[in-house]
Design a protein around this ligand. Sequence first.
Ligand code: SF4
Length: 698
Amino acid sequence: FGDSKDFDSEVESICPFCGVGCQISLKVKDGKVKYVDGINGPANEGRLCVKGRFGFDYIHHDHRLTKPLIRREDAPAKGLNVDPGNWQEFFREATWDEALDKAASGMKGRGREVAGFGSAKCTNEEAYLFQKIIRQGFGHNNVDHCTRLCHASSVAALMENVGSGAVTATFNEIENADVAIVIGANPTENHPVAATYFKQFAKRGGKLIVMDPRGQALKRHSSHMLQFRPGADVSMLNAIMHVIVEEGLYDQQYIDAYTENWEAEKAHLAGFTPEKMSEICGISPEMLRDVARTFAGAKAAMIFWGMGVSQHIHGTDNSRCLISLALMTGQVGRPGSGLHPLRGQNNVQGASDAGLVPMFLPDYQSVMDDGVRSAFTEVWGSEDFSNEKGLTVTEILDAVHAGDIKSMYILGENPAMSDPDVEHARDALAKLDHLVVQDIFLTETANFADVILPASAFAEKSGTVTNTNRQVQMGRPALSPPGDAKEDWWIEVELAKRLGLGWDYGGPEDVFAEMKKNMGSLDNITWDRLATESVVTYPSLSPTDPGQPIVFGDGFPRADGRAKFTPANVIAPDEVPDAEYPMILTTGRQLEHWHTGSMTRRASVLDALQPEANCSLHPSTLRKLGVEPGGMLRLTTRRGTINVMARSDRAVAPDMVFLPFAYVEAAANILTNPAVDPYGKIPEFKFSAVRAEKADQP
Ligand code: SF4
């Protein structure tokens, strides 16, 4: 980067990738971000991973959308891959007025025929405005975002049993713990800066218990590594809890003071002996007993989990087990204790808090509650809207196939890559008679659009975001959007005006002020405070309180102040391997790439580090298939087939295939199973039956 002091300006903001929420300083030279430094935010203390430090130049990529686009009347069929360098065959440039008028005219007055997908990459204010457009503008709750694809089942279990969908303690609290479980998460790849705190914890003698069907880098730092069979979480966790009950290691005083339904849980666990469960989960009874004693014997213990827990048809049951384990040992509400689902995208916590989900208004207030709806409509100055829970991401696309939804507004989501059984999703997008896509690139979803609205990257806008730690942080603009692109909040407001909603906001600050009227979580947090302090954790108890890193030390936000035990049964994955599809496919992310790759594959350093679609199999499996590392494999499930380069990885069990989902040329979600968890409605991305064969060519 040449002389590191040679920049025109520096602006403090937040990394746009993962839920860790690292604070960064953008160094700007000649209207471009020259480089990025980590600064002293509470979640990163100056640290950054490769994405945060080197993944920013996508914002200057020549594929950026700079003008509103309207589909040409003589354009080829919707969904054909549009070459970003040759989009003129499909779209024509338009003025903002023309594009917004056309976008609104395809939605206005269509009520339940319209649905919306918002984005966890947008700010809290943009997420709030998006859900408001759907609820106020169309009178229903058919609005959702990618939380449905990551932690919806964790939130369902936390809301049910603890009364709040957010973490009970920041991940930094691990410094006060002596035992920690990390299950179904691969933090060194997916939450890399959080992983540095986990490694420091282990280095100073903390016992790190890693549980994952796939081996991972944290194994080297672990006291216990449980590489259990995919999908066997409940059997393993119930066996551990069985031992805690059998050996009387639970905290009766805590259970009596703060919980309910303990006797039912205790009785339920009686049948889950380590000897019996070992046959299902593949972990020895001795190891299960040792883990139970280690966790129950901790002075302070935390549980971290990721999408290996949540992305199953029994994802809610998996989280219920983790909550029960923490409750029975009294490991909530004290320093070094707590429940922490590691949230994925940089603002998935905030977007969910802001009501970008079909069952809740902001702050997880039920859409079915008449009083809640009237509190919002009073602030909005609008009519009441539906008291029925709306449709989720996958249900909305099913409703498009059924002909019930005909028009969609998609902001920053890419369902043509991110949904399970993605051909089904793409067919749905092609069926819409009106699709408005607001994004910074011509994504795979934008290929299906009728109107494309060019939006802003994180470095080009103001707004707040909330990380996995409940830390509300201020994002600040370092640059102007390119060409005619605009900040997302502005586009939403202009669209709402054309839908007749009479909105009048001067900027995100006004939106934040409105959010505070019905969001108790933002009490004592103001725009001015965030502008000055950059971060406040919710809940904040006074105008000078930086916020509470640990919550629920004195009861839970449930009707009687008690958390609940909900027993969980062993449920088989939806699609078990058979003779035709004998292996298990699991999907996930890699360190260098972010979700559907629209940003990181356009970041030059990251793309150079990881340029090619790939999958990983155990070396013995590759030998059996007659495929050399670097050779091509054909992967087939009941949904489709892809060809992809194979890598050899001893961390992957011999009957498994690990497939990252960032690569459009070998889209993982062509293969994945759309079956969903009945509570969180999250698809089972972590388990599909697959056949792997040698492929002759790419
Ligand atoms: Fe960004 Fe997450 Fe890396 Fe921090 S850990 S720099 S938030 S991607």
